[in-house]
Design a protein around this ligand. Structure first.
Ligand code: BGC
Length: 809
C-alpha cells in the first residue's frame, strides 16, 4: 500500500485543493484514481443522525432510525468514565453499521452560563469532568473504527450570533477553563478528528486560528488528526489551510478549491501547507475505511440507554425518604411530559429514535406501583389552564403519591437559541402549588437539558432531575422512583438560586460583536465558592437511597486516599470528589477550589473501600502567561475530599515546590466577585479591550444577517422583516425554526458556504451590494455573478472529475 506522501504527490493541484472541502452536506470527495473513497460524516453526540434523503444539518429532515442515548448533560451526571465509554462504543457501533466513518461528537464546551441554549449537548461547567467524560466517549466511538470529532473547538459558549461572535478571553482563562477539556481529550484518547467552532477567538475565526490549531492543538498536545470546520464555519479557505484547518464542511462547491489553487499559483500559499492538510484528509479517510460494518443489537442499546439514564439521574431532594416508592403505592401521574416526553434537544443532534418510552407506559408496566390515573396538568405552550389543573388536583387527592412530570418545553432550549430565563414556566409552578395542597406527597421529575431555578422546591417532597434521558429515559425514571436502580447522578453543574447569581448575569448572551469573558476563570462553582454566593444545589451534589461516610484522608506526593463507607441499609454508589485550593496569598487569580479528580464507588450496606485519587500533571498547575507555559506556584495547597463542592469533610495540606510569583496585581481584585472592570480586563488580556460595537458603515460579508434590520437598502430591511416574522411565528407555535435562526444568527458568507456550489463568494458580495442600498447595481451583479459562478463551477468540476477518475497507467 502506498503511503500518504506518495498519494499526495500523485494529486493535481485542483484535486488537492478540492479534497479540503466536502462533496455535499455529509461526504468528502472521492478520488478514484488513487483509490480514495468518500467517507460519510454524521451527527452526533448522543445518537447517529444519518440523513440519506434530503440533507440539512439542523435536524429538520428525517434520518435513519438510531438509538437516542441520553444527552451529554445527562450522562455527565453519572461521573462515570466507564459508562461514558460504553455509550461511546454503542454510538460507534451504530455509526459503523450505517456506514458512517466520522461521528460528529462528543460536544464538550464549558457551560459558561446556564442560559447556553446548547448546554444539553455539553457535559459540565468544569473542564476536568468534561474532558474525562469526553475522552471516554472518544475511546468508545473509535473502538468501533469510527472517528470521533470532539467539538466545538473552542470557546463556543453562546448560540446567539454564534457564527460571528468573537469570544474575547484572556490566555490564562482560555487555557485553564476553555481548552483544558479538549487537551484531556486529545492527550488521553487521540481523536482522529476535531471540529473547530463557528465563533472567533480573540479576533480570529476558530478554523483559521493558528494559535489554537497549530501551536496548541498540534504542537503542544500532539494532535495528528483532521480539523473539520463546523457546518458553514469556514471563512477564508486559504487562511484556514495555513492555520491548520483541514476540511471545510459542508460543501462550498469548488469555490474554496479555486481560491486555494489561485493562492498556490500566486505563491501566497506554500504547497507544503496544502500538502499537510491534504495528508490529514487522506489519513482520516484511510483510518476509517474500508471497515467491516458492525452489526448492532438495538434491544441491547435501548437497555444501555435505560441503564445510563438511571445511573445519571440526580436525586436532589427526598423528604422523609418518600423515595423509593414502596410496593403497592398508588401513583397519580401528572404532567404533559408523562405522555409526550422531552428526551432530547433540538438541532443537529436530533435523533430519529428507534423507540421512545413514556412515563405512563413505564409506570403502567411497573410491578412495584399501581397507576391510579394520569392527567395532563399543564399546557406545553405555557398558557394557564384552570380545567387541567382542577383535573390533576382531583386525581392527586385520590392517590398515595403524585409523580409530577415538569420541565422545559422544546422552545426553551435548542441549538441556535439561548435561554432567556432559568425559571420553569409559570403555569407549571402554579400546578405544583395546587397539587401540593391536595397531596403533599408529590414527587417532581424534571425533564430539562440544564439548570433551572427551584424556588418551588418546598412543594416537592422529592425532586429528581432526569435531564434529557434519551429514548429510554422514562423507563429509567421509573427504575429510579421504584428503587430498581439507585439514582447514581451527581450535578455536573451548579443549580443557582437565581439567574442574577450567575457570573455572567446581565451580559450573556452578548449581542455585541464581541463576547467579553470578564468573569475570567470564575465559571460555575469556581464563582459561587470564591464569591461566597449561596446556591440552590452545589456542583457535585446528589442523593442516593443510602448514606456514606468519609474518613482517614492520607495525602502523599502522588495523590490522596480516603475510606468511604456505605452507612445505610441499601447498596448504592457515591462519587468521591477531590478538590484543591491554594492557601495564602497567590500571585495569580485563583478560584477557592477546583475539581482535580473523582471516582465512583459502589458499596454494599456496611461495606468500606479505600479509594485513591491520583494527582496528575494538571492537579497543581496554572497557566503562566509570563512564560507562556504551565507552572506550579510554590506554596501550600489544601486537598479536600468529599461528596460535592460544598461537602468536603476530609481536608489536608500539602506543600509543593514551584515558581514564586510577585503579588497579585491589585487591579484584578474585582474579577472574582463580579467580573473584571475595564482596567482589570485590560490587565487580564494584556492589551486594550477590543472594540465591541458593530460598525456603522455598509454591512459586510461577516456581519450577522439579523443586522439587515438596519440595512441601508429597503430590500435588505424587507428580507429581515420576513425572516424575523417567520422566527416569531415558529416561536409562538412552540418549535424553533432552526433554518431561520441559522440565517439570522449567521453571516452573509453562509450564502456561498452552504449552497453546494450554487452561489460563489462573488455572488455573496453582490447580494451585499443590494442589501446596502444599491438595488439596481446589486441585482445586475447578482445575475452576472450567478452565471459566471455556474460556468466556473462546471469547469472546475469537469477538470476535477477528469483527473480524479483517470486510472493511473
Ligand atoms: C452544529 C454541529 C453539527 C453540524 C452538522 C452545526 O450546526 O453546530 O454541532 O455537527 O451542524 O450537523
Amino acid at each position: 500500500m502506498k503511503d500518504t506522501a506518495q498519494l499526495v504527490n500523485e494529486l493535481t493541484l485542483l484535486e488537492k485543493a478540492a479534497l479540503l472541502s466536502g462533496a455535499n452536506t455529509w461526504e468528502t470527495r472521492a478520488i478514484e484514481r488513487i483509490d480514495l473513497p468518500a467517507i460519510w460524516l454524521a451527527d452526533g453526540p448522543h445518537g447517529v443522525r444519518k440523513q440519506v434523503g434530503s440533507a440539512d444539518h439542523l435536524g429538520i429532515n428525517g434520518s435513519e432510525p438510531a438509538t437516542c442515548f441520553p444527552t451529554a448533560a445527562t450522562i455527565a451526571g453519572s461521573w462515570d468514565d466507564d459508562l461514558a465509554e460504553r455509550v461511546g462504543a454503542a454510538l460507534g457501533a451504530e455509526a459503523s453499521s450505517q456506514g458512517v466513518g466520522v461521528l460528529l461528537g462528543p460536544g464538550l464546551n464549558i457551560k459558561r452560563s446556564p442560559l447556553g441554549g446548547r448546554n444539553f449537548e455539553y457535559f459540565s461547567e468544569d473542564p476536568e469532568l468534561s474532558g474525562r467524560l469526553a475522552a471516554a466517549y472518544v475511546r468508545g466511538i473509535q473502538s468501533a473504527g469510527v472517528a470521533a470529532t470532539p467539538k466545538h473547538f473552542a470557546v463556543n459558549s453562546q448560540e446567539l450570533r454564534r457564527m460571528v461572535s468573537d469570544s474575547v478571553v484572556d490566555e490564562r482563562t482560555l487555557r485553564e477553563i476553555y481548552l483544558t477539556a479538549f487537551e484531556i481529550v486529545v492527550r488521553e484518547s487521540a481523536p482522529w478528528a476535531i471540529m473547530s467552532s463557528y465563533n472567533l477567538i480573540n479576533g480570529t475565526y476558530a478554523h483559521e486560528n493558528t494559535h489554537l490549531l497549530q501551536q496548541v492543538l498540534r504542537e503542544e498536545w500532539g494532535f495528528h488528526g483532521a480539523v473539520v470546520s463546523d457546518w458553514g464555519g469556514g471563512n477564508d479557505a486559504v487562511t484556514a489551510v495555513s492555520a491548520g484547518g483541514t476540511l471545510e464542511m459542508p460543501s462550498p462547491g469548488f469555490d474554496s478549491a479555486r481560491a486555494i489553487v489561485a493562492a498556490v499559483e500566486s505563491g501566497e500559499l506554500p504547497m507544503a501547507d496544502l500538502d499537510a492538510r491534504v495528508s490529514e484528509v487522506i489519513d482520516l479517510v484511510r483510518t476509517v475505511s474500508p471497515r467491516t460494518a458492525a452489526t448492532v443489537d438495538l434491544d441491547a442499546h435501548h437497555a444501555l440507554a435505560r441503564r445510563a439514564a438511571a445511573e445519571s439521574a440526580v436525586l436532589l431532594r427526598n423528604e422523609g425518604g418518600i423515595l423509593p416508592l414502596g410496593e403497592g403505592t398508588t401513583v397519580a401521574l401528572v404532567g404533559d411530559f408523562a405522555t409526550t416526553p422531552r428526551f432530547q434537544g433540538a438541532g443537529s443532534s436530533l435523533v430519529n429514535a428507534t423507540r421512545v418510552s413514556t412515563l405512563v407506559e413505564a409506570m403502567g408496566a411497573s410491578s412495584t406501583v399501581t397507576l391510579a390515573g394520569t392527567a395532563q396538568g399543564f399546557r406545553r405552550d405555557g398558557g394557564s389552564d384552570p380545567t387541567l389543573i382542577a383535573e390533576a388536583v382531583a386525581l392527586a387527592s385520590r392517590a398515595d403519591v403524585v409523580v409530577l412530570a415538569l420541565g422545559l418545553p422544546e422552545i426553551a432550549e435548542s441549538e441556535g437559541l439561548d435561554r432567556s430565563t432559568l425559571a420553569l414556566p409559570a403555569d407549571q409552578v402554579e400546578l405544583l402549588a395546587s397539587i401540593h395542597s391536595a397531596n403533599p406527597r408529590t414527587v417532581v421529575v424534571l425533564s430539562a437539558g440544564g439548570a433551572v431555578e427551584t424556588p418551588w422546591s418546598a412543594h416537592a417532597a422529592a425532586l429528581v432531575h432526569g435531564y434529557l434521558g434519551g429514548q429510554a429515559g422514562a423507563e429509567a425514571i421509573v427504575d429510579v422512583l421504584t428503587g430498581v436502580v439507585e439514582p447514581g447522578g451527581r450535578l455536573a453543574e451548579t443549580l443557582p438560586i437565581s439567574l442574577a447569581d450567575t457570573p455572567t448575569a446581565g451580559s450573556f448572551p452578548s449581542r455585541a460583536r464581541t463576547a467579553e469573558y470578564r468573569e475570567g476563570p470564575f465559571v460555575g462553582y469556581r464563582h459561587y465558592e470564591s464569591a461566597a454566593v449561596d446556591v440552590a444545589y452545589p456542583f457535585g451534589y446528589g442523593l442516593g437511597y443510602t448514606t456514606f461516610a468519609y474518613r482517614d484522608l492520607a495525602v502523599d506526593e502522588n495523590g490522596a486516599q480516603a475510606t468511604v463507607t456505605n452507612t445505610g441499609l441499601r447498596a448504592g454508589s457515591d462519587v468521591v470528589q477531590l478538590y484543591i485550593g491554594r492557601l495564602g496569598e497567590s500571585g495569580v487569580l485563583r478560584p477557592v477550589r477546583e475539581l482535580k479528580g473523582y471516582t465512583k464507588v459502589w458499596l454494599e450496606p456496611g461495606e468500606s473501600r479505600r479509594v485513591s485519587l491520583a494527582f496528575t500533571d494538571r492537579t497543581f498547575r496554572f497557566f503562566d502567561v509570563g512564560s507562556d507555559s504551565w507552572q506550579v506556584e510554590a506554596g501550600e495547597y489544601e486537598i479536600a475530599v468529599g461528596a460535592n463542592s460544598q461537602d468536603l469533610p476530609l481536608r489536608a495540606t500539602i506543600t509543593r515546590a514551584g515558581v514564586s510569583l510577585p503579588l497579585l496585581d491589585e487591579r484584578l481584585a474585582t474579577v472574582s466577585t463580579g467580573g473584571a472592570d475595564d482596567a482589570a480586563f485590560a490587565v487580564m488580556l494584556k492589551r486594550a479591550i477590543p472594540d465591541s460595537e458593530w460598525g456603522s458603515g455598509p454591512l459586510e460579508v461577516n456581519d450577522p444577517m439579523d443586522r439587515m434590520s438596519g440595512a441601508r437598502g429597503a430590500l435588505g430591511r424587507m428580507a429581515f422583516r420576513i425572516l424575523d416574522s417567520r422566527r416569531r411565528k415558529a416561536e409562538a407555535a412552540g418549535t424553533p425554526d432552526l433554518n431561520i435562526l441559522f440565517l439570522l444568527n449567521g453571516p452573509f458568507r453562509v450564502i456561498s458556504k452552504m449552497s453546494g456550489g450554487l452561489a460563489t463568494s462573488r455572488l455573496t458580495a453582490a447580494v451585499l451590494t443590494l442589501v446596502n442600498g444599491q438595488s439596481v447595481r446589486g441585482l445586475g451583479r447578482i445575475i452576472g455573478a450567478f452565471f459566471r459562478g455556474r460556468r466556473e463551477e462546471k469547469a472546475a468540476k469537469r477538470a476535477f472529475d477528469a483527473a480524479a477518475q483517470r486510472k493511473s497507467a
